[in-house]
Design a protein around this ligand. Structure first.
Ligand SMILES: NC(=O)c1ccc[n+]([C@@H]2O[C@H](COP(=O)([O-])OP(=O)(O)OC[C@H]3O[C@@H](n4cnc5c(N)ncnc54)[C@H](O)[C@@H]3O)[C@@H](O)[C@H]2O)c1
Length: 406
């Protein structure tokens, strides 16, 4: 909330997607005048009509608050403001395995005509280290203003977990990174109006690397779990039992092996570290390769399970990138199905949580006449239905083959 120390500001949020829109809503609720800017006209219209385009119930409730409706509007072009918060996508160029900086460049260029002395620019997008200094600063200084003197620039990476955005955006600790003290203080003051977690100030490069380290830590540990699972399989033992027993050690916490790593953060961010320092990123690189190989290994197991059956009918369950989400971005399950279909296999692909993938009737109905049921993503609802109706599922199949992964 605004206090005597934190005055009402006009804040332009560039990119009102999963990250930008929740920030815009909370800034508006805190009392700021917020202008959401998005190149997608449908998103702009939805915001102006008070409709949330991301599935988060608590955020819709905030959107419905009269004060938020009064303080937030959306448009397709920037405007003059005190603060510009940039939250545009930073995908990976899949061939070169480097960050695709097109959106950050275009977003930064789009605000240059509106910059005035004293403005603060906050980058929330996940980016390779040195982006603030070497990529954004030269663009911003086309305004004639000087970063660190007449303009302020901070990197405040976002850590929210889709599905729990409202709680996390308020309660997570945040890193506020900037090359100069004034930028750090100005950015901290903005976040202090809606964040209840700690605000840790540091320099911009540390903030950029921190965000990447968090997701890379997960990626490397998942790769280790996948490698342990492969070794266990070579030895003919159950990888899950081995990992469970190893985790009885008080200082060991091995993650679960799986079908690969999805979502639009963990499989991408490690590449941004390798991009800036390849010689020191050997473990990170190898881990990426291990996790990226997983869908191919799972597809091979499925092919092996139907070997000898002419024109096998496979039913694959799971299109989301992990259990209990509808998010399909970078989904290894989708990749597995694509690999099988490219090899000529007939695969019926379902996911009860993902639009366009829902089965009609029941899981048992979806499996009638199938030679293999492969559960790729263990959504709670899927496992509950599998356990409750397993006999019916198996009796309808041509052969009783059920593989459950992860
Ligand atoms: N989604 C998450 O959970 C999450 C978590 C942490 C960090 N991040 C990072 O935050 C950044 C944004 O991710 P997201 O999930 O919100 O992406 P998103 O695709 O949901 O939203 C980005 C929005 O930016 C808009 N946009 C693109 N270029 C624009 C421009 N020049 N001007 C105005 N709008 C523009 C797009 O139309 C889109 O609506 C990425 O760097 C991502 O890696 C995301």
């Amino acid at each position: 909330m605004l206090t005597a120390m934190s005055k009402k500001q006009t804040i332009v949020v560039i990119g009102t997607g999963y990250v930008g829109l929740p920030a815009a809503l909370l800034l508006a609720r805190a009392g700021h005048e917020v202008i959401g800017v998005d190149i997608n006209e449908n998103i702009v219209r939805a915001i102006n009509e008070g409709v949330l385009h991301i599935k988060e119930e608590e955020l819709q409730a905030i959107m419905n608050e009269p004060a938020v409706r009064a303080n937030l509007r959306a448009q397709t072009t920037p405007a003059e403001a005190d603060v510009f918060l940039i939250a545009v996508p930073t995908p990976v160029d899949h061939r070169k395995k480097v960050a695709e900086m097109k959106y950050v460049r275009e977003a930064t260029e789009s605000i240059v005509p509106y910059l005035r002395p004293g403005n603060l620019i906050i980058l929330e997008s996940t980016v390779p280290p040195l982006t603030c200094r070497e990529f954004m600063t030269p663009i911003l200084e086309k305004s004639g203003l000087k970063v660190g003197e007449t303009l302020h620039l901070a990197h405040c990476p976002e850590r929210i977990l889709p599905g729990d955005v409202f709680y996390e955006i308020v309660h997570n600790d945040r890193i506020i990174g900037a090359a100069d003290r004034k930028s750090r203080e100005l950015a901290s003051a903005v976040y202090a109006t809606f964040v209840e977690g700690q605000l840790y100030q540091t320099d911009d490069v540390t903030a950029e690397l921190c965000k990447l380290m968090e997701n890379t830590y997960r990626d490397v540990n998942i790769a280790l779990a996948n490698e342990f699972a492969a070794v266990a399989e070579t030895l003919g033992i159950d990888p899950f039992e081995a990992i469970e027993l190893a985790n009885k050690h008080p200082r060991v916490k091995i993650l679960r092996p799986g079908i690969g790593v999805g979502g639009h953060c963990i499989p991408l961010d490690p590449w941004f570290i390798k991009e800036v320092d390849p010689a020191n990123s050997r473990l990170i690189f190898t881990s990426r390769l291990i996790n990226d190989e997983m869908p191919g290994k799972v597809a091979a197991k499925i092919r092996k399970a139907v070997r000898g059956i002419s024109a096998p009918k496979i039913v694959a369950i799971g299109a989301a990138y992990k259990a209990n989400t509808e998010d399909r971005r970078e989904s290894p399950a989708v990749e597995i199905v694509n690999l099988l279909r490219a090899d000529g296999y007939e695969v019926a692909h379902y996911d009860p949580l993902v639009d366009g993938y829902r089965w009609r009737g029941s899981l048992a109905d979806a499996c009638v006449g199938a030679d293999l049921l492969a559960i790729l993503i263990k959504h709670d609802v899927v496992m509950a239905e599998l356990n409750a109706t397993r006999a019916a599922i198996e009796s309808g199949m041509r052969a009783e083959r059920i593989l459950v992964f992860g």
